[in-house]
Write a protein that binds this ligand. Structure first.
Ligand code: 1CP
Length: 351
């Protein structure tokens, strides 16, 4: 039976969980597991210069991807990069300012879409694929390499708003006032995402995750148009090329719409955000996809019995079906590394 397009992947616990196969133990990795909570990351980041220079330096990007694997032995390494390399590669200027997050020259008019250059995305992101090739050689045998991209809607919120916004107002207003031209942006990003994820898989990524951080701000009609439909297109395009590729979706904040999302996109795994009820997800989503989540990242900051009990509750609730332990969103910079070690130990000790 064909297990994977990659030899050896059949024995990896995380891949087995994503395929709905029995596992020896619950696989674990954490969103944003590389990053500022690790002193060794801060050191490499300083060496690289800017954040984007780190993303485009294969040697240093490989190093920061490996740092949490060395410390904790997670079941997966997630490629060190960012969702905003897509707008950067399309030709929109992106900068990351200390303490401010990403800053982009916002796209506010339909005419500006013609200036975006889909044709050079793969060429410009070649250093990212080189990082994947290096990781493929350096990762321990049981560790799954996860590639990723932002979902078109989430990336569009940054391209149109120019920065993180609490309400994604700029992108939503464009979508409401001029749905035809906004659809053009979504279609362009869907194509760019397919190209970018395809190149990562060709370079050696064994699974991919699509981060839709701002999916939860959309009303149902727009959720279906800008989150669900493009994700479905991306999954189908990837599967046409790599029939067994596990794809994880993370439609953060989608609530009950996660049922249609899982069913209609045909993703293999679904990332649950912090607010999702474990019992509800078990009953409604686990029959459709492998679940991944959903410990509150702030519980890992707090640590102690609160963290341990919440982790045990998640393990008990999801343990009967396909499941990958993770957080409900990315790990935050003030997380004590020791708390992460304790969490990994607890999950490892639970069958
Ligand atoms: O100064 C620094 O070192 C920058 C901090 C940082 C890091 C470590 C940023 C800036 N990006 C990253 C890496 C990153 N980003 C990874 C790989 C590392 C890993 O997971 O171990 C991944 C998967 C992402 C994904 C990402 N970037 C998302 C989706 C996931 C999520 O957390 O919601 C989003 C929204 C971004 C945009 C982004 N990149 C960085 C910042 C500060 C932001 C804005 C976040 C926001 O708007 O809330």
């Amino acid at each position: 039976m064909p297990v994977s397009h990659e030899t050896g992947a059949k024995d990896k616990q995380l891949i087995r969980a994503l395929r709905g196969e029995p596992v020896d133990r619950t696989p674990i990795w954490l969103m944003r597991q590389a990053g500022r909570y690790l002193p060794e990351y801060k050191k490499t980041r300083a060496e690289a210069g800017s954040f984007l220079e780190l993303c485009y330096n294969p040697e240093l990007a490989e190093e920061v991807t490996l740092q949490p694997i060395r410390r904790y032995g997670f079941d997966a390494a997630i490629l060190f990069s960012d969702i905003l390399v897509i707008p950067d590669a399309l030709g929109q200027a992106v900068a990351f300012r200390e303490g401010e997050g990403p800053v982009l020259d916002p796209i506010t008019r339909a005419e500006q879409l013609d200036e975006l250059d889909l044709g050079s995305v793969v060429e410009r992101l070649e250093p990212v694929y080189e990082t994947v090739r290096r990781l493929k050689r350096s990762l321990p045998a049981g560790t799954t390499l996860i590639g990723f991209a932002g979902a078109p809607w989430t990336v569009a919120t940054y391209m149109v708003g120019g920065r993180t916004s609490p309400d994604q107002a700029a992108a939503k207003l464009w979508a409401y006032r001029a749905p035809e031209s906004f659809q053009k942006l979504i279609d362009l990003l869907t194509e760019a995402t397919i190209l970018h994820l395809t190149a990562q898989v060709e370079a050696g990524a064994e699974a991919v995750q699509i981060f839709d951080t701002w999916a939860g701000s959309l009303p149902e009609a727009q959720f279906r148009a800008y989150t669900l439909a493009p994700t479905r297109k991306i999954v189908h395009a990837l599967r046409a090329r790599f029939p067994n590729l596990p794809v994880i979706g993370f439609p953060r904040g989608s609530g009950a719409l996660a049922i249609d999302y899982a069913r209609e996109t045909e993703i293999s795994g679904i990332g649950l955000d912090t607010g999702m009820s474990p019992a509800w997800a078990r009953d409604n989503l686990q029959p459709l996809a492998c679940l991944q989540g959903n410990l509150d990242p702030l519980l890992v900051v707090a640590g102690g019995e609160m963290m341990r009990e919440a982790a045990r509750h998640i393990l008990r609730t999801f343990g009967g079906g396909p499941f990958i332990f993770n957080l409900g969103h990315g790990i935050v910079p003030q997380t004590p590394p020791d708390h992460v070690a304790e969490l990994v130990e607890l999950v490892r000790a639970t069958k």
